[in-house]
Write a protein that binds this ligand. Structure first.
Ligand SMILES: Cc1ncc(C[n+]2csc(CCOP(=O)(O)OP(=O)(O)O)c2C)c(N)n1
Length: 373
């Protein structure tokens, strides 16, 4: 049977997954050469989650992540050189080198961070989804977080509100099985994270996060659900990080056998095999893409290496936005590229039709559930 996926989609997915893989390998190398300082967490092994998700979204949908945040903006289309420059702490980085590895932020591509506080992005994503609903936009917000973040209080508080307000947000728990060195099962009453959704009458499902096409299908379906106004979704992407928690973690809490076993499940060769088997692309086409990506990442490292450090005055800039101050548009500032910048309606332009808590509706629902007094 012919594949239902286009050649273009499969090659785009491969290109992006390989870009993330290569970018992260070079990040590791640069860290060891002391070109990068501070905390730094690699996404190697988890590429299918970000890429499968991104291909199921519209470019104007919102996305947030935690501190393992190099992969998602690259999947969105952020400039690899500027992401690398941010890791190097250079003035040409997305946050002028002041955010570093854990704080990539690219408004142009609707990637809103990059957060160091475990689970901190979960309530923020609900706020962004609330804004979309309030403004009558049909955008969806996607929020990535780790399995350990699912044990934060904010996870539970947010889901309660997100369901009551039917917010268009997809929460994707990247379950890579460890929170730093602790296996998730050791600290979780319910280690199958998606099952926790049922406590909030929320749609919850598990997905094979090592398979880009399965991620794509699952997110496509969840996006439809959210855009139709049916409320939030909790998705558990079962994945695995091939490296330690951060670049300095030798990961001795896992057995060699376990890592070897998971490596056989690598999402990159899996997608390639699928495309070749279905005669959608040839080995030579993949090789050509890989060569292009290697050159792209070499150029990204060179760009970061040759970029200046931020000036000392930068210490005082961007801490507070003054009214009327111009937006900081990173690619315009660094590369001179004219970018289409998102604009948002002013207070007067908002056409709000949404009554947040229609009392009668709540009473009807209570009655239906047999809770009316
Ligand atoms: C509120 C808070 N508590 C603790 C930490 C320290 N910390 C950093 S990463 C981490 C583990 C989180 O693991 P998980 O959410 O599974 O994400 P993963 O690293 O696997 O992507 C912890 C405990 C923190 N940054 N923030």
């Amino acid at each position: 049977m012919a594949s239902k996926y286009s050649k273009d989609l499969l090659l785009t997915m491969h290109r992006k997954m390989y870009l993330i893989r290569r970018f992260e390998e070079r990040t590791d190398q640069a860290y060891k050469q002391q070109k990068i300082a501070g905390f730094c967490h690699l996404y190697i092994g988890q590429e299918a989650v970000a890429v499968g998700t991104n291909e199921a979204l519209r470019p104007d949908d919102y996305m947030l992540s935690g501190y393992r945040d190099h992969g998602q903006p690259l999947a969105r289309g952020s400039d690899a050189g500027m992401v690398m420059a941010e890791l190097f702490g250079r003035g040409t980085g997305y946050s002028k080198g002041k955010g570093g590895s854990m704080h990539i932020f690219d408004i142009e591509h609707h990637f809103y961070g990059g957060y160091g506080i475990v689970g901190g992005q979960i309530p923020l994503a609900a706020g962004m989804a609330f804004a979309s609903r309030y403004r009558n936009e049909d955008r969806v917000t996607v929020c990535f977080f780790g399995d350990a973040a699912a044990n934060q209080g904010a996870f539970h508080e947010t889901f309660n509100m997100a369901v009551k307000w039917k917010l268009p947000v997809i929460y994707i728990c990247e379950n890579n099985r460890y929170g730093m060195g602790t296996a998730i099962g050791r600290v979780s009453a319910e280690p199958e994270i998606y099952k926790r959704a049922s406590a909030y009458k929320m749609r919850g499902e598990a997905v094979d996060g090592m398979d880009c096409l399965k991620m794509y299908e699952a997110v496509k379906d969840a996006v439809e659900y959210c855009r139709a106004g049916k409320g939030p979704v909790l998705m558990e992407a079962n994945t695995y990080r091939f490296r330690g928690h951060s670049v300095v973690d030798p990961a001795v809490y896992r057995s060699k056998d376990e890592v070897e076993h998971e490596r056989k499940n690598d999402p990159i060769p899996k997608l390639k095999e699928y495309a070749i088997k279905n005669k959608l692309a040839t080995e030579a086409e993949f090789d050509a893409i890989d060569e292009e990506i290697k050159a792209q990442v070499d150029a990204a490292v060179k760009f970061a290496d040759e970029s200046p450090e931020p000036s000392l005055e930068e210490l005082w800039r961007d801490t507070i936005v003054e009214p009327g101050e111009e937006d900081v548009r990173p690619r315009e500032r660094v590369l001179g590229t004219k970018v289409k910048w998102p604009s948002y309606p002013s207070g007067q332009e908002l056409k709000v039709t949404w009554d947040l808590e229609p009392r009668q509706q709540a009473e009807r629902e209570d009655k239906k559930a047999g809770l009316a007094r």
